[in-house]
Design a protein around this ligand. Sequence first.
Ligand code: FAD
Length: 467
Amino acid sequence: MHLVMIGGSDAGISAALRARELDATADVTVVVADAYPNFSICGIPYYVSGEVTHWRNLAHRTVTDLEATGMILRLDTTARRIDVPGRKLQVTGPAGQDELISYDKLVIGTGAIPVQPPITGLTGPDALGPGDGVHIMHTMGDTFAVMRTLEQTSPASAIIIGAGYVGLEMADALTARGLAVTQIEQLPEVLATVDSDLGALVHAELVGQGIEVLTATKARRISRAASKGRGRLCVQADGPSGGAVERAADMVLVVTGVRPDTDLAQTAGARLGVRGAIQVDPAMQTGTPDVLAAGDCVITHHRLLGETYLPLGTTAHKQGRIAGENALGASRRFAGSLGTQVVKIFDQAAARTGLRHYEAVQAGFDPVTVQSEADDHKAYYPGSHRITMRVTGDRRTGRLLGMQLFGHKHAEIAKRIDIAATAIFNNMRVEDISDLDLSYTPPLGSPWEAVQMGAQAWDREVLRLST
Ligand SMILES: Cc1cc2nc3c(=O)[nH]c(=O)nc-3n(C[C@H](O)[C@H](O)[C@H](O)COP(=O)(O)OP(=O)(O)OC[C@H]3O[C@@H](n4cnc5c(N)ncnc54)[C@H](O)[C@@H]3O)c2cc1C
């Protein structure tokens, strides 16, 4: 059995590792366009900040570790075309030579590519060119380019276009390096993955850390600054009521989301689905004979929403593992995502799982969302922090639909959202959360865990609404 995986990140490597784990006789080849297989791109902001001291430390596993599992790595090798009837993959190797690799099963894990918004100066004839201090942030190559700008031009200021989680992490990282940061976001509030009430708390943290945050502001042009001194680059934008906004800085980072990288799959005849991602079934089969796909290039099966597109590293790992197993003939199914995610913003963390209020409305539920606060541990023990919670449940059935948390980075926000994720995964009602037997000691928790207090606040509000 010869398996070929395209892509050396979370999905492709997870597929290869699983296949080798299950069948030590399987011949597994991973084709990777660059020289950085199994790097944790999620860790890039922490290398830029200086907290991770060397880029090599971002590797989940080294090339030697990977090869020790028995997989063959073809680095600096780009997959060009899939010959589906002939079960051959055409690749271009490091020296530019073309070659055909035969396969019995193929797993596509080409991931996603950054969205390039229609900003003059970023794309098209006015593009500023290499070394201009304008960057995107997705691959290790992008990271090296950012580091060159930081180390060779010592910028004093940066404009970040986009205030999703990567934009926020980069605001944190560049501030840690001493740059003055302006964040421009076209939506009314930062971090649109949480309800705007929590987004406002994230916004306040950014401002408190010295970031200039411009929301409801749409960047439309990047150019070289006319006057020296204020910064090398100028970003022009349309402000909240259409008024012109202009800021200058020494570097600009554009982090406005990603789109699935599907050219290869599409030319091989794979169908595309939501947001142009590869249509796969829960077994990660594309419907094209002997071709599976996983990760940021495919649609995401969501436990509450059905088919959606939610590119996340956690999901890519799971889908890749399933694709690797099924490439060997198994019939594992991806159980579905809940979009569970967490982000650290300076000293705070924001997390969510399941549906935000408006998503629940759109999905046909009758949601009630209740915001409340609780301490992360007994307040009499030093160092406690308040946690803000938003619990969304269905008024008719009492089912937990979503939870969002905001609080100090040491308030176990990530693991607390995982309680909610587990509850939603198991179709629990909000009131069932109070029945969970959770741990307690005063320095680390409360007899009623904070998430249980959030659930009880929801119960009280629903009771009040019904009487
Ligand atoms: C800065 C940053 C921070 C993030 N933080 C988090 C986080 O905290 N939590 C989280 O869950 N997710 C996070 N993510 C998202 C997460 O990194 C992605 O969801 C995940 O990497 C997707 O893995 P993937 O294997 O599907 O695709 P990708 O990581 O996009 O990798 C695609 C791979 O395919 C290769 N490739 C593409 N085309 C070809 C070709 N034609 N031939 C050969 N090889 C090819 C690429 O070289 C690469 O190896 C973050 C992303 C970024 C950029």
